[in-house]
Design a protein around this ligand. Structure first.
Ligand SMILES: *Cc1c(COP(=O)(O)O)cnc(C)c1O
Length: 266
């Protein structure tokens, strides 16, 4: 049995990363960086101003070790237990860890042990908890406030109208560093439907920045839409599948309620 299970895991890795995972990761990273640079060129931006945050949920720790070797120095995880376990195994690697996506309040305590960024804050109760745990640990946490730019009921994030009062409320937390705004655009293969979400986040950022200078960056764009996001002003793109291949888990596992049809990868 032991042998069989081992073979199955090895086979799953081979299917997702090929016979030479390090080479696969290097090639995919180069391709994503090329696409980022091309998107920047189209709108006269400097590629150095766009940060690639590799999203590593479901990617085994041994592959993350190779990802670091391939040139990735930050990992974004969506599930806290998974992130804690991988961080423990990879604590010798000089990489930074981000938590992206909705976080339950009962998981807040775990972040101060490993995370340097959180992309999805949308509640002051959660902010208060994170502030306490990071304060107690003598650490700070960079924050991207999640806004629901698609109007879909299923999406987490603040309604746009609530953003400014929320940022006022956030200002009192000493261990939280607001850096910008984050959104999950509508998941649709037609980018004409997706772009308005990005444009809305940008205009909200422009307005918010007048009162809250820390709100400078836009965390938006994933494998299916990161080039459009860059054209609309993204400073951080959160890319999983284009770097690590298709996940074995359905997307609905990560975006509850979403009738997800993710487009094919380029
Ligand atoms: C999984 C995930 C991503 C990356 O999505 P891909 O389609 O794999 O690029 C980005 N942001 C969040 C919040 C995620 O959970």
């Amino acid at each position: 049995m032991q042998v069989e299970r081992h073979d199955t895991a090895a086979e799953a890795i081979r299917l997702r990363f090929g016979d030479d995972p390090l080479d696969t990761l290097r090639q995919r990273l180069a391709r994503v960086n090329d696409r980022i640079a091309a998107a920047c060129r189209r709108v006269g931006r400097d590629p150095a101003d766009v940060r690639l945050l590799p999203i590593t949920k479901t990617v085994p720790a041994e592959i993350l070790r190779l990802a670091h070797q391939a040139g990735m120095s930050a990992f974004g995880e969506n599930k806290v237990q998974e992130a804690v376990a991988k961080h423990a195994v990879l604590s010798d690697l000089p990489v930074s860890w981000s938590v992206v996506g909705h976080l339950q309040t009962n998981k807040a305590r775990f972040l101060s042990g490993f995370a340097s960024e959180f992309h999805a804050l949308d509640s002051l109760r959660l902010a208060d908890l994170l502030d306490r745990f990071f304060g107690a640990a003598g650490r700070t946490l960079d924050i991207y406030v999640q806004v629901n730019t698609s109007g879909e009921q299923s999406k987490y994030g603040l309604p746009p109208a609530d953003l400014l009062p929320f940022l006022d409320g956030l200002a009192r937390f000493r261990s939280l560093r607001p850096r910008g705004l984050m959104t999950l655009a509508v998941l649709h293969p037609d980018l004409a439907r997706v772009r308005p979400c990005f444009a809305l986040l940008r205009s909200l950022r422009d307005r918010a920045r007048a009162h809250h200078p820390g709100i400078a960056e836009l965390s938006m764009g994933m494998s299916g839409d990161f080039e459009a996001a860059i054209e609309e002003g993204a400073d951080v793109v959160r890319v999983g599948r284009s770097l690590f291949g298709e996940r074995p888990t359905p997307a609905g596992h990560y975006w509850p309620g979403e009738p997800v049809e993710l487009g094919p990868l380029q």
